[in-house]
Design a protein around this ligand. Structure first.
Ligand code: ORX
Length: 477
């Protein structure tokens, strides 16, 4: 087997390992300096189980913009999830992993002409619209498109409001659009909305679904045959959050307004699926002690830590997504807590990650962990000032591996047994841009060699053990 990009393979953890032990192994290896992520596939699988349990009538179409890592898309495709794409390139990315065009909704109400042409050529027919000009554009470029009218219905409280940019007024503009679509002989197949990202107002879903019902009735009166209701995004995804309340409101509103199964209900969750699956590890490369009184050197009043990821990288989410991040020192500290601030690596004064937090005194080289870093972080990050965007180390436990290893588009080759990146075993830094074993296409290694290079004698044992288990199970069947 030729391995071209070690870092994209999913490492199957033994039962003694988890995300934090993996971070410790990599962080304490002595060869890792750059910031890195650990992505836990199991977390995505568990989210999907929660979705299916809580919203059994709603098919999720994952919002690719939220985190377009290839592994995330492949895992979601393997779980049977559909995709919400905002652009030509997102469409290509999803089609590229073998997903059928019928599982994609082009959910950007304002689409460049070339992107509509591309969607038409690729058979991506379902697309959202919220204005007249877009209807005329689609009439010209993709006259057989399946049009979904996006209405505005804003949550009173949301992490990111979207209504000021998208969604037509449901009582006046939406009926006008339906009439215009009729005149243009376009096919309106449904209604969509997005209440706002990070919605903290569950009842808004009831209001929006009721509006959609009224518009379904009008569409039917006008001779359309609407069959699609799209509930958009907005569902929380950080550790400890829950969609219970939102799901309760949605299920009740669906039972009231769309009681029969003839309408296909979908949603476009983004952060719900990925927020908690990504944990970021950063290391302190510089430190400054601040003294209120420069003449008394022993009275440090504040410590400034400089880490290797900042607002131009993963922490862009502080500016663009209004996220709150919590720094967790990897090492248990001792002694008294000191007022501290945490800064990114660039030369910009704006590049501050945490303004004020009480921390034990930490040394250069120590690691600070940030959980819940999967949503609206990586796709926006830039290597400003020459600091690379952190690489992702992907892990899964045995159960998840057994479940997914033959689920298209995943294959057995996507997985490798062992907790730590092969590069660390080979003594290569998994970050950095020069001697980068993770992305060096010249590295050609068989799984057995990777295992042979392992400093962990249990790795090959585990490999044999799981192989036997799988074969045993197959015989049982
Ligand atoms: O584009 C954006 O910045 C973000 N849009 C979110 C979004 C989602 C689903 N469908 C559509 C969207 O625009 C059409 C996903 O939403 P969520 O992650 O809340 O489930 C939102 C802003 C993020 N900074």
């Amino acid at each position: 087997m030729k391995v071209t990009n070690l870092d994209e393979r999913i490492h199957v953890l033994d039962s003694s390992a988890n995300v934090m032990t993996v971070i410790r192994d990599i962080g304490n290896s002595g060869v890792q300096e750059e910031a890195f992520y650990v992505l836990d596939i199991g977390d995505i699988v568990r989210k999907h189980q929660i979705w299916k349990e809580q919203l059994p009538r709603v098919d999720p179409y994952y919002a690719v913009k939220c985190n377009d890592s290839l592994t995330v898309l492949e895992v979601l495709a393997a779980l049977g999830v559909g995709f919400d794409c905002a652009s030509k390139s997102e469409i290509n990315k999803v089609l590229g992993i073998g997903v059928d065009s019928s599982r994609i909704i082009f959910a950007n109400p304002a689409k460049p002409a070339s992107h509509i042409r591309h969607a038409a050529a690729m058979g991506v027919d379902t697309m959202t619209v919220d204005n007249e000009s877009e209807l005329h554009k689609i009439k010209q470029l993709h006259p057989v498109a399946k049009i979904v009218i996006r209405i505005r219905c804003d949550a009173e409280l949301a992490q990111c409001q979207l209504g000021m940019k998208f969604g037509c007024d449901p009582t006046h503009e939406a009926p006008n659009l339906l009439h215009l679509a009729r005149m243009l002989e376009l096919d309106v197949v449904g209604i969509s909305f997005h209440v706002g990202s990070g919605c903290q107002d569950p009842p808004v879903f009831q209001r929006a679904i009721r509006h959609a019902r009224i518009l379904f009735n009008l569409a039917i009166d006008l001779g359309f045959k609407p069959y699609l209701l799209d509930l958009g995004g907005g569902y929380p995804g950080v550790k400890g959050s829950s969609i219970d309340k939102i799901a309760e409101v949605i299920n009740e509103a669906l039972a009231e307004c769309f009681p029969t199964e003839d309408v296909h209900i979908i949603a476009e969750p983004g952060r719900f699926y990925v927020a908690s699956a990504f944990t970021l590890a950063t290391s302190i490369h510089s430190k400054r002690a601040v003294r209120k009184d420069p003449t008394s050197p022993n009275t440090v009043t504040h410590v400034m830590y400089y880490i290797n990821d900042g607002v131009y990288g993963s922490f862009n989410c502080l500016l663009y997504d209004h996220q709150q991040v919590i720094p967790l020192p990897l090492k248990n500290g001792c002694g008294k807590m000191i007022q501290s601030s945490i800064w990114g690596p660039t030369c910009d004064g704006l590049d501050q990650v945490v303004e004020n937090v009480l921390l034990h005194d930490m040394d250069l080289g120590e690691w600070i962990i940030f959980e819940n870093m999967g949503a609206y972080t990586l796709p926006v990050a830039s290597p400003f000032n020459g600091f690379p965007v952190p690489k992702v180390h992907v892990v899964a436990d045995e159960g998840v591996w057994l479940m997914l290893k033959d689920a298209f588009p995943l294959t057995e080759d996507h997985f490798v047994i062992g907790n730590t990146p092969s590069n660390l075993r080979l003594g290569l830094d998994i970050g950095g841009t020069n001697i980068d074993g993770w992305t060096d296409p010249s590295i050609d290694m068989a799984a057995s060699e990777i295992l042979a290079g392992s400093s962990d004698p249990t790795a090959s044992f585990l490999y044999d053990y799981v192989e036997k288990m799988v074969r045993g199970r197959m015989l049982d069947l």
